[in-house]
Write a protein that binds this ligand. Sequence first.
Ligand code: EPU
Length: 421
Amino acid sequence: MDQLLIAGGRPLNGEVRISGAKNAALPIVCASLLTAEPLKLTNVPGLRDVTTLVKLLKGMGVESQRSDNGMILVGTDIHTPVATYELVKTMRASILVLGPLLARCGSAKVSLPGGCAIGERPVNLHIKGLEAMGAQIRIEHGYIVAEAPQLKGARIFMDTVTVTGTENLMMAAVLADGVTILENSAREPEVVDLAECLIKMGAKVKGHGTDVIHIEGVKTLHGAEHRVMPDRIESGTFLVAAAATHGDVTLVDSCPEALQAVLEKLREANAEIEEVGNRIRVRMRGPNHGVSLRTAPYPAFPTDMQAQFMAMNTVAEGTTVITETIFENRFMHVQELRRLGANIEIEGNTSIIRGVPSLEGAGVMATDLRASASLVIAGLIAQGETCVDRIYHLDRGYERIEEKLGLLGADIRRVAGQEGA
Ligand code: EPU
């Protein structure tokens, strides 16, 4: 298992290009199931999750070609509308095939995702929404078995804001008979990016980006070309890494408008932020003030940035409080940050972080994607060497992270871990 070795204490400086967004690319790749014609994508990040999803779709009948950051997907004949446990258990986002498969093929068999490190993460709202559209669904041997010769438009209220739930139902509704109204929809920019791709494919979608999405079903969708939006969480991670190391970094090809809650918190932490077009420059004005925050659905502060801010707060002045409201178990990084000398207490869904003068390098273990990013940031701040183990989590969501950080001046390298490590 690969590890990252980081010699901390160096400020990050320079420019870094942001990749396409993982959480936009995944649903958009699934949208290729909705048409027999080619879907041509650009700015697709080279990530393990994308590779896993393409492999899953290949088994269903979708052929793909990859070139640099482009991808062409063609689902002429979807012969096997099945997502097996072997692949779904490695990536929960595989649930995103359920809506499109049902809409295109009239039936689908998709494994229930099973356990997850950051929280319970049920898919009841995906199932309930599809049932409201006329699908017959049963759970059989760990699989969601769904049938609907023709989905029908429906008014669907989701009692919790769910990103992939909204995306799944939107992809089902584009080929349904009649109008679907999704209430209390997720407003995340990735949902909007998917809607824009679907519109290019001939779908009739309105209201994306608000909490009520209106979809008028059409008979068929056609091929299209789409550029995946920039990754706002990769952007935020580099911004926090730059601020936490008192560096001066400019993001290129980013998406400032989708990052306002994060940029606001960085300003509060004493960073100066300049936004020009798709570029964002960050540098600290003086001491790190630390920031208290509470995660919530977009446009509020994203849960996917909570762990990175916590790493920065460990060496901030004074005490800060971070409250996680989306996932029940998203403080797995706390134990590891403590190994580096951080002073953090957990009370329920709140962490209290008392700033310490500095962190000290140590061996730490990555537990999930964003927790891993927070450990890398902590390693960049810490004095001495930090070894982050189990970085396969990072490879799921950050394209060439050690290379990008290295170009910004970090002393970081990937090494093959020892057997049994
Ligand atoms: N929920 C339900 N029932 C459902 C669906 C969700 O109760 O049927 C609950 C969840 O348990 C959670 C809340 O609703 O408490 C929100 O979960 P959501 O469904 O929005 O999460 P998701 O769609 O599974 C996506 C991202 C996550 C990101 C969350 C929140 C993708 C592929 N994943 O997950 O990204 O944290 O939205 O913004 O888009 C990551 O990239 O590291 C990551 C975990």
